[in-house]
Design a binder for this molecule. Sequence first.
Ligand SMILES: C[S@@+](CC[C@H](N)C(=O)[O-])C[C@H]1O[C@@H](n2cnc3c(N)ncnc32)[C@H](O)[C@@H]1O
Length: 446
Amino acid sequence: MNGVAVLREFLRRFPRAYDLLRYLRILAEAAGRIDGKRLRAATCLHVGRGFVRKGDRSGALRLFRKGLDLDPGLNPLHADLAELLQRDSFGDAAMSLSGLVDAPELRTMLADLAQAPVLYHPSKFWTFFATLNICQLRASGLANFKQTVNQNYFNWVLNSMRDQWDILGGGQGAWAGLDPPPVPHGRKPKGWTRSQWIQYGRFVALLWEAARSQDRLGVLARLEEPLLGNPMAVRHRGRLISQDLCNSSMEINAAFEGIDRSSPRPLRVAELGAGYGRIAFALLKAFTDVQIIILDIPPALHLAQWYLATLFPNRRVFRYRPAISSGEARSELEAAEIAFLAPHQVEQLPDKGVDVFLTVSTFPEMTPAQVEMWFSHIDRVCRGVFYFKQWIEGTNTYDGTRMSRETYPVRPHWARVFDRVCPVQTRYFEALCRVGPGGREAGASL
Ligand SMILES: C[S@@+](CC[C@H](N)C(=O)[O-])C[C@H]1O[C@@H](n2cnc3c(N)ncnc32)[C@H](O)[C@@H]1O
């Protein structure tokens, strides 16, 4: 038996030793800094795990919560807490999650969603990630979300960006022609080497060049990465850029293919699962005549609302509220330039009121029943085009489900404008379907 096999056998016989080893590692780490709070937090983690084993869920939650208060940065704690909550239905988890949240608005979002029909609840996948994201926001604040939560949205780093790096010619030195060389902005992320940080800068600059070459609508020229949220930005061509700007520009150009922009009426765009609102940000910067409805679960809905309302203080914002059926709320929603709705509130939107419905990197993280439900909603609310960009093969181990490009329930009466592999993210496909007769005059008001 080699060393690893011996260790495996040892841990198989004495499973609790594994926890003890991890605990000792955390203690050793903490002792290096002589940080009493960290030690106590690590103890909470260890004892809390004991409670989990005994089946005392509320005892474990109490200890995890205490540990989180003592040391919000204790990563194993976030993961354990998320895993514990993920065992429940979202309805149960939402109660415990509310206890981790200080913002009353976010608490309301969680409580309302828990009361909504189960098909609108986050899948197991997103119950896990919503929990993790809430812990991350609690630990380092909205002010740092681009370093934390955004890594679960559409920002690629280190190994996860490798395929794109190769496609952009990074491995062949395509960055050598960038003059002046791109410079990563701000502090190198913890745990990264300097050369990884430099490579990241080159990757984002190459992505910018690719997005620029496809930017028919001139979106990129109007964009600069905001410092709000502490971005992993890069200085290139005299401005701060990011992956999110590049990808949003490519997606907007693709989604707007076949859209008639000559109408005097604003274009109404709805986005399902918008993350922090990167595409909405680009749309609001690039066009003066768009109205955007974001449909998402917390905490993303809360984050997007904070982000966009802060960056666009003069725009008419329809903030999330539990009830939107009163006449007053409806006319406010109708006039809003940016609106924030929970997923179940899609039912309150009228037929054929949306010109462009879009969603990026969302469906494989829902269950197939949820995807089917969303295709029905899209068929009802969209009078123009539906753009979706998703993994070609998306496996969701949390829910035990799988979505692939061929399995999407595209309606037979929709016309496919295109269905193609994405130019840089070649593990993704993007499809554009004409859902309604087109023509912005055809549909209803909100
Ligand atoms: C991987 S992130 C992608 C975010 C964003 N589209 C982007 O590309 O940056 C998935 C998004 O889907 C949202 N989401 C997950 N489950 C959802 C559900 N059941 N209903 C609505 N949104 C959901 C998440 O909150 C998150 O915003």
